[in-house]
Write a protein that binds this ligand. Structure first.
Ligand code: ZN
Length: 279
């Protein structure tokens, strides 16, 4: 089984506004098509059992995907797609959007973008969200790690903030996206100490030196079991991500190398069971 815990629903260019697209060209050193087409995903996703998908809301950065669009995307393949809702707590009525996305649209988790929207995950105003997630068993995936957006608040993305949340709400299943690059050392410290805090490896394989180094930290701290597979589609694909991860096992630097068995176990990990999403 392969579970992709990180895919985006960007139905058309109207979800981007301000200077988001202009700044997105910094993401990779090539032009990007950011529209999510499920047919494209399927064409490069052999063997994927389930894919978590979400839109994202961050007024500050210039991104806003209505959760209705996420629910419609899920309807293309409800047996395989699991939709997460998004909220931006700097904007009014986010509590209603949270309840609507969960109770009316049937979305099964929450995506947060603290750095893109300009808030800290442990702020008091977020207690409503964390308490709601804990009571209803909704996993929460947060963007952690750096960004290309100039107006983003880098200081809000540090994994140490998730340590505060996990101490207060220890039953919430939390995923820190992108191993919080380039703060992987701090990310590893947080996922090691909290049983229900995980990290995904999405969108990292195209920096092989950095990912090799990060996974050596994972190896040395003994937290392979806390890593989940993800892509960041449409930025990259399942086949590219799998090839990039497996290729890391070919690196040997002095006595340091990554065991292919751990990489394969990461790829095959049953993230749905760990996140309480099997029903
Ligand atoms: Zn992403």
């Amino acid at each position: 089984m392969i579970v992709d815990v990180h895919t985006h629903v960007w139905p058309n260019n109207s979800v981007f506004f301000g200077d988001f697209l202009a700044q997105a060209s910094r993401m990779r050193s090539q032009p990007l098509d950011l529209i999510s087409r499920y047919d494209d995903y399927c064409a490069t996703a052999p063997g994927v059992t389930a894919a978590i998908c979400f839109g994202g809301k961050a007024k500050l950065a210039g991104l806003w995907v209505d959760d209705v669009d996420v629910a419609a995307y899920v309807q293309q393949d409800p047996a395989r797609l699991i939709g997460f809702l998004s909220i931006d707590p700097t904007q009014p009525r986010w509590q209603e959007e949270l309840e609507f996305g969960h109770q009316e649209l049937g979305l099964r988790g929450i995506k947060l973008m603290p750095m893109y929207a300009g808030f800290f995950p442990q702020e008091a105003r977020l207690n409503f969200l964390w308490d709601y997630a804990q009571r209803h068993g909704l996993p929460v995936l947060l963007h952690t790690g750096t960004t290309f957006v100039s107006q983003g608040w880098l200081e809000t993305t540090l994994p140490r903030h998730i340590d505060v949340v996990a101490r207060r709400f220890p039953e919430v299943r939390i995923i820190m996206a992108h191993l919080a690059h380039p703060y992987e050392g701090e990310c590893v410290a947080v996922i090691r100490k909290h049983p229900h805090v995980y990290a995904d490896v999405s969108a990292l394989h195209y920096r092989p030196w950095q990912l090799f180094h990060s996974l050596m930290l994972v190896q040395e701290y003994g937290v392979w079991h806390k890593l989940l597979f993800g892509t960041d589609f449409p930025i990259t694909s399942v086949t590219e991500s799998l090839a990039g991860l497996r290729d890391l096992a070919n690196i040997q630097i002095d006595r340091f190398h990554l065991p292919i068995e751990q990489i394969e176990a990461l790829i095959e990990r049953d993230a749905l069971a760990l996140l309480g999403l099997t029903q």
